[in-house]
Design a protein around this ligand. Structure first.
Ligand SMILES: [Zn+2]
Length: 167
C-alpha cells in the first residue's frame, strides 16, 4: 500500500528536481490542466498549486492562462527561493532582485525585507496573486512583528546582520 507524500516531502522532491516545476505532466505538477506550477496543497480535491487550490474549478482555466503568462515571475520566485535555501548571501539576492525589478522599483526589496528575506518572498508570491487576479490590492511590504534579533531563526540572522546598517 502506498502512502501519499506529505507536503514537506513533495516540496523537498520539487527542490531536488527544479525542472519538475515546469514539466506539466510530471508527478509534482498542479492537477489543474496545463498549470506550470508545482503542487503543494491538497485541500481534498487532489494536489494543486497554492493558486488553484483556493480557486473554484470554473475559474481554473482562466487562472492557468494567467499563470502561464507570468512564468517569468514564477521562475524568478523559484530561483530566489532555491538560492535562499542554499544559503546564498544576501548581497547576491538583493542585487538580483533589484536588477530584476529595475523598471518597477516598488518591487525591489526594502531595508526590512533585506533583513528578512522570507518576508520579501511572501510579497513576491502575493504580487503574483495580485497580477493573476487572485488578490484585489497590490501587496505592501510587511512590517516585522518582532524586532529582537536574538530570537530570529538562524537562517535570518546572517542576512539581518549583513544589512543592519541599512536605514
Ligand atoms: Zn496550479
Amino acid at each position: 500500500m502506498t502512502r501519499n507524500p506529505t507536503v514537506h516531502e513533495r516540496v523537498r522532491q520539487a527542490m531536488a528536481q527544479p525542472d519538475a516545476e515546469h514539466d506539466a505532466s510530471g508527478p509534482m505538477s498542479c492537477k489543474a490542466h496545463g498549470c506550470p506550477c508545482t503542487a503543494t496543497l491538497d485541500l481534498g480535491g487532489g494536489w494543486h498549486c497554492q493558486w488553484h487550490a483556493y480557486c473554484s474549478p470554473d475559474q481554473w482555466q482562466g487562472l492557468t492562462q494567467q499563470l502561464r503568462e507570468h512564468t517569468w515571475l514564477l521562475e524568478f520566485i523559484t530561483d530566489l527561493q532555491m538560492r535562499h535555501r542554499r544559503g546564498e548571501g544576501s548581497k547576491v539576492l538583493v542585487a538580483l532582485a533589484t536588477t530584476f525589478w529595475a523598471v518597477d522599483p516598488y518591487m525591489a526589496p526594502t531595508a526590512e525585507e533585506r533583513q528578512h528575506w522570507g518576508r520579501y518572498l511572501w510579497r513576491l508570491r502575493e504580487e503574483l496573486a495580485y497580477r493573476v487576479g487572485r488578490r484585489s490590492e497590490r501587496p505592501e511590504p510587511r512590517e516585522p512583528q518582532c524586532r529582537d534579533p536574538k530570537i530570529w531563526s538562524p537562517r535570518v540572522q546572517p542576512m539581518a546582520a549583513e544589512h543592519s546598517h541599512v536605514a
